[in-house]
Each structure stands twice: as structure tokens, then as C-alpha cells.
Design a binder for this molecule. Sequence first.
Ligand code: ARG
Ligand code: ZN
Length: 884
Amino acid sequence: MDIASRPADPVTNPEAADAATPPQAPATIRREDYQPPAWLVPETALHFTLGLDRTQVRSALQVRRNPAGDGSETLRLNGDGLVPAGVWIDGEETAEWTIDGSDLLLTLPGDAHEIGIATDIAPSANTQLMGLYASNGMLCTQCEAEGFRRITFFPDRPDVLSVYSVRMAGDKAAFPVLLSNGNCTASGDNADGTHWAEWHDPWPKPSYLFALVAGDLVANHDSFTTMSGRQVDLNIWVRDGDQDRTHHAMQALKDSMKWDEEVFGREYDLDLFNIVAVADFNMGAMENKGLNVFNTRYILADPDTATDMDYDGIEGVVAHEYFHNWSGNRVTCRDWFQLSLKEGFTVLRDQLFSQDMGSAAVKRIEDVRVLRAAQFPEDSGPLAHPIRPDSYQEISNFYTATVYNKGAEVIRMMRTMVGAERFRKATDLYFDRHDGQAATCEDFVKAIEDGAGADLGQFRLWYAQAGTPRVEARLSHADGVATLTLRQTVPPTPGQADKQAMVIPLRLALFDRSTGQHRGEELVILHEPQAEFSFAGFATRPVLSLNRGFSAPVAIDADQSNADLVFLAAHDDDPFARYEAMQQLVVQHLIALVSGGTLCAADRDAGREAIGQALAAVIDDPALDDLMRGELMILPGETYLGEQLLVADPAVIHAEREGLKAWLGAQLKDRLVALHHRASSVPYSLAAAARGARKIKTQALVYLAAGVPDVAAQLAAQQFDDADNMTDRQGALMVLAGLDTPLREVKLAAFHQRYAGNALVIDKWFSLQAGSLHPRVVDHVRALSQHPDFTLSNPNRVRALYMAFTAPHAFHADGGVGYRMIADLILALDPINPQTAARFVASLGRWRRIEPVRSALMRAELERIAAAPGLSKDTFEQVSKSLG
Ligand code: ARG
Ligand code: ZN
């Protein structure tokens, strides 16, 4: 192929400049408008002449008319901020092209042509971190969803699969390592100090899976032998000095490769698997074929700098990206409306993997907590959308907890209904049937139906209807028969006023109160708006344990007595149900208090007493492992509590929840101090028992800080000073950051000094202060935004300071100062990094569910953003939907 690069001047084209600033109402893309591509691109050759300030790109596309297309002679090549520096058709340079919006259009007479295009890009000016960009002197790419069109003109849609050959050349000193997808087929040095490499990826892939990395990197090398005996070289590439922090990620990678063979029958399909860690990255990581690119945050760890939670995050994300090789790459998405096809399924796969690697019970509880904290609010707010959306303006806004986490729950329900064994048969059929294809969610459901022998007709509503279903459960008892009446409602969501009844699989057990036992779990499936289920043989009224294992992502209203909840919190053999009983005990208590009504001080005392007894039992129970004990000790979050109310007053919720915490801390002081003491004697290791000890240690401090702050301050300072690991150090500092004690400043300064220059740890230092319980958080955040370590150009740093701040307490400060700060951030960040800016809109978008005074202030900030000229598509879509 001839891809000799031709010298081209960076062109400034007024049309392209306009295209960078979209008009105020971006076009809406609809799922129902899908058309197959008119042209296919079986082969793509790319030639890069690399430079941080200027990179030249020459492409050679073999294009073929798609027999399944509309027969159009027009080839549409998407672009974003690009100007063609040259266009060739079958080797002849041509001027016969037009620009439509940002796209390049060519008219082609035949059925097969070779298209050549030259573009010139400026990686160091790319602050959006989409396409080819510079990070700390290295070059890297992020193409999902629509970043490839910022590199070269191309049919940038996931149903155009192409075999890529890449040649890159650049300065050898600046870019000693040159990587792309697939295998390196040749490399060499030039006399002028530059060098080059050629890469070939034999697997056809959509453009969003393209990747290129060039930089001064070192690797942790290892290898893995697959089930059919293929030896795969594994590399994790980082900056020099970080190699020692890659071992956990490498172990996670090897564990993932083995697990996917054993559990899903999926084998890796290249001889090489590269991971590169990048400090400037919009998301967690990216599954580019054979060349995963990661946020450093999900690669680098050692005990001194990473918490137990960080370790788990790394294991989960490394697995997630690896699992995409089958669920995403071998079988990809037809269009972006099908995003949950790969993301929901891959999240389920990484959740099941993590369940198998550690405590399955604790992992399930954590996943439910994330769903409730992030997805339930999304589902009940102005940005609610089905896991398979019907329309979008900017697809980047749909990488959501709904598409990812609810998407995983929907597939998990199918697995629960058909059983693990039949589910595996069905996924085998899915991979077999659709290997090499760009598939749809419908293809997936059909494969599960065919492979597992199930009827998922009505179940498909989970793909179409947004909103968290609510199930009301009432248990009656008469003549030895317990009767469970279930009633479901699906709340209206934007664009979906009326909902149909869903299929809701609920695992349940009925406990005999006197023996503390049940006679086996049952799976009931609610198909109708209302149904009754009868269970004979109960001399006395049993205790209901419903939605065990969180078998359906619904909100349950079971109206259970404190006595029943206390019973379940102590006896339920399903760990999630046990956790849920504790949560529910607290939720019912706090919601009764904050919704006003008839409660008096005596009711408050009675509720606290019941919760105190349950918590004491949890602290004392010798049969519990400490990881699980730690879960049971966590109070429901303020956002989740607010979700229980139509209109919430965040200040009242905060005060009442803190009041309960303080009461518990004071009441259980001796137990908590003893617990802290016992846990402090467990030496550091990554074993479950030691991790559990660290978890309850900080949990104990959290209660003590609320109840007996002086005691807590001393204990926390001691924990901080004694710490030989980041989990203890961060836990202690988190507690101190919320207290009004001179120790606060001292330890914060010590922490900053110790970790100066370690970006991931300095991120923690920002987060701890921004998310703290301290009364002056707003002032702290304002000061931190002026700190020399703060920058808007690094997404991790921005999130560290401001995402932590959008947690209820300080964000909702009187007078709306928190709202103003977030709106100011969005306006300042939008021109730099619209994808990250748009992520902050949701916090203000909750205004309809907040009491009137704050609600008006939140809304006013949204209106101020909406009125700003030149908003990105990303922010425009989120703000206009939030106001609409
Ligand atoms: N596919 C990636 C993952 O889930 C996420 C990429 C998101 N990219 C984006 N621009 N929103 O692993
Ligand atoms: Zn993913």
C-alpha cells in the first residue's frame, strides 16, 4: 500500500473552526433511524508522523459498496475539527470533495475504491482528551465513542469493521516505545534520530477500538498460557519508577484470563496483550484491541499509596477491560444505542469475577450500594433513560450508571431466572452466533432465549422502560397459610408517561420466628401489576425475607416492623438480606423523622434504641467476618435517603442522620473503642481478615467522631501515625478532616508533604477535604481550587476536588454557594473538557426533588449555564434536559 506521507501545512479552514462550536440545539440521533452503512471498509492503513505539537496522518481506506446499504454513491467520512490536507481516489489526488458539517463527502462511481486522506492534528492542543492527545510528554488515543474522527476522516460508527495496519514514525528519544493494536510486524531506526514501527491487527474492528501510544515507557513483563496452549506476552507500560506499583494489576490480568476460560469458555486471541497507564484520562479505562489504555488510578498500587478499595477497583477494571475482548470486541455493538450490549454484560462479568476472587457476599452488597447511590437517582431524575436509550444528542452522556450498572442487573436477572448452567449455554450460543459481528441488545436476548430455552418476551421491557420499579409487598397469615401480595408500579420518566408491568424475579424465604430457620428459598416471578403467592404450613406468621441477593433492581416497600427487621438483621442467612434489614431499619427510622408528621422525641428514642441494639449485635457477633461486619455497620447514604422522599430537605436529612450517628457513637463508645483496639492489632496483609480489620477500624472511628469527637481525634491521630498502609492512613485522615481539631491541619500537612508529587495520592488529599464533614468545607474547597496542585486540565484532579464536594452535605450549604461553585466549574471546564464538565450537571439536575428554597437556587444555576454562549453538545444536552 502506498501511504507515503506528503508534506502538508496545517490548514486553517473557517468551516472547520465553526464546526468546533455546535449550534445551541444539537441534532438528536434516534435509534429507530438506524440505516446500515452505504460503504464498508474491509481494510485500513494508517501512517503517522508523530509529534506532540503536530502529527501528520495519512490513511488508505479500501472501501466497498455495502450490498445491504442504500446503494448511495456518496461516501460519508466523519470528521471532528479536521481539515483534509489532501484527498486521493484510487491514487489520484482529487479536489472533488465537499464538507458537510464536519464530515467529508466523496462521490464514488464504482463498487470498490481506495481512498487516501491526509490530515494534520495537534495533540498537545487537544484538551478534550478524545482522539490523539498528549499526556506528560507521551502520545495516546481515546477513540470510544467518537474520537477516531478527530484523528482522520472515517465512517466512525461501530458497524464498520476493518482490518488495521499501522505505521508510525517519530523521534526515538521522545518516543522510544511505539504501540498499536495487534502485533508488531516490523520496526527500525532512521539515520535522523527517528525510528518507526509497523503494527497489524488481524481481527476486524470498529474505529472506536483503534489505539496508538508513543512515549518513554517501561513495562512490567509477564506471560500467560491459554487453555489451548497459546503463549501470550503481557506488558503493563508505565512511566519509569512506577513499575513496582503494577504487580496487583498484572495478577488481576492473569486471574481474569484464567477465569474467563473457566467460567465463560473465552480464550484470548492474540500473542500479545498490552496495557498502558495514562495520567490524563476521561474515564476509567478503554478496551482497545490488544492495547488497553488505563487511567493510572486503575493500574498503580502498593500498600503505601493505595487503599483496599483501590486494590479492588484495579482488579475489577483490569478484568472489565480484559473481558471486553469477547463481550465488546469479538462481538461489538451495531450502533451506540446498543452500548449496554457490551457494557452491561461486561459489568456483570467483572462483578461475577470479583465475587469469585474475594468475598461474594460483600461484593454483592457493594455493587448494590453503588447502584442505589448512582443509578437510582439517575432513574428518578430528568436524565432517566432506558438501558437501551431511544435517542441522544451526545453519546458520551450515555456512559451512565444506567447503561452500565442497571444493564448488568438486567442480565443478572436473566441468569437468575434460567440458572447459571443454562445461562452459560446461552452465552456460548451468543458468542458463537455473533462472533465477528456488530450486534444488538435484541440479538443478545434472542440468544439467551434460544440457548437457555426461555421466553423473555415480556422481560424485554427492561430494555425499553426507564425508571426503578417499585414493589409493594404485604404478607398476611390465616389458617396456617402465609399469603404474599405483590403489587408493582413503574414510575413515569421523561418521554415515558405510561408504563407496562415488568417481569420481576424475587428470591424469597419465610422464616419461622421461633427456630430462626426457613425451609428453603423460593424464586417468585411477578409478571402482573399485582399477584398473590400462598405458602402453606405456617402455624405462626413467618418473617419475610424478600429480594434476597438483590435478585431484582427494584425498590421494595414491605412495611416491616422493627421487630421483623431486627430479627432478619440478626438471623438472615442471605448476607445481602441481612445487610438490607439493617439498612431498612435505619431508613424507616430516619424517613419517619425527616418527613415530619406525628413523631415525638420518644419515637426517636425508641427507634435509636432498636438500631443501637442491632448495631451492638453486629459488633459482637463472633460468627461474622470483619469484612461483612464492616458492611453491616455502614449507614444508608444521604442521597439514598433523599430518594425515599418525593421532595427532600438535604439539611434535615443530614442533621438527623448525623444525630443518629452521634447517638450511636456515644452509646456504643466502649464497644467501638474495643473494636478499634482489637482491629488495630491485626498486621497488614491483603488477606480478607486483615482487610476486614482495616474496614471496621475506620468504621468505628466514623461513629466515634460523631459521638465523642475528642476520643475519636486522639484515636484517629494514633491510627494515622501508626499506619503502615494507605487504608489506615486515609481512613484516619478522613475522620480528622471532618473534625474541628488542631490535629486536622497537622496531619493534612504531613500527608501532603509525604506524598508530594504522587498524583494519585494528592487526589486523595483533595477528596478527603472536599468530602469532609467539616462545617467550613465550602471555604476549604474554594481555597483548594487555588492550590498550586490544582488544575482543570487533569480529570482525576477535577473529580477529586469537585465530585467529592457534590456529596450532599456541603454542596447543599445554605444560600446556594455550593451550587454556584459547581456551575462555575462547569462553565470553566466546558471549553477545556466538555465530557468531564457535563458529568457535573446531574448534581444540579436533582432540583425537582429538593425543598423549594434550594430547588430555586439549583434551577437558577442551571439556567445560568444554559444561557452561556458556545456550550458544548455534552453540557448543552444535560443542562437542557435537566431544565426541561
Ligand atoms: N468502553 C470503556 C469501558 O467501559 C469506556 C469508554 C468510555 N469513553 C467515553 N468517551 N465515554 O471500559
Ligand atoms: Zn466497559
